[in-house]
Write a protein that binds this ligand. Sequence first.
Ligand SMILES: [Zn+2]
Length: 201
Amino acid sequence: MPKLPPLLDGFDTFRARYFDGASPLYSELALSGQKPHTLFVACSDSRVDPAILFNVEPGEFFVVRNVANLVPPYQPDGGLHGTSSAIEYAVRDLLVSQIVVCGHSNCGGIDALVRGLNGEVIAREFIGPWVSIAEEAVRPHCQSSSKEAEQAGVLSSLSNLKTFPWIQARLNDGSLELHGLWFDLAAGELVVLDQPPAIIS
Ligand SMILES: [Zn+2]
């Protein structure tokens, strides 16, 4: 079955919603530029699309998606830091007012990390080194439920965000907030990982 035609139908629906009508959103966004309020860090998992989960319009979220919604520590070494470059643009140029890191249940990336910590050999070239970003945070939870490991991964990303000096400066002057979320995709519940944790269902 061809995969592209249904996508093109979807694009027609998108055009009708955002380009036609009396005040098409994209004319405004093209004219005035993007001013997203939130940098949203989510997993690449196909079940956790941030715009769908949080019902936001184009222009609201600047999104970084990667395996296991991880943020590496500040490391200005000239390496190929895709996630850090997106964070830098959102924080220093777009001046978002909050960064939200959202983990989720059934996360394959965190599962790979946990299995690796439990001695299993992960026969992939890039996944193991990438998810090792959260190794220290997740290690104490690698014998517990996957939920605990996934939530520890989110907290690790929040903690790594604070190692970026220009994030720390904006936290200090009160112009930026950091928040952690964890989405249970079987239960349809959202856990806010700020202190104290709260479940929103
Ligand atoms: Zn995931």
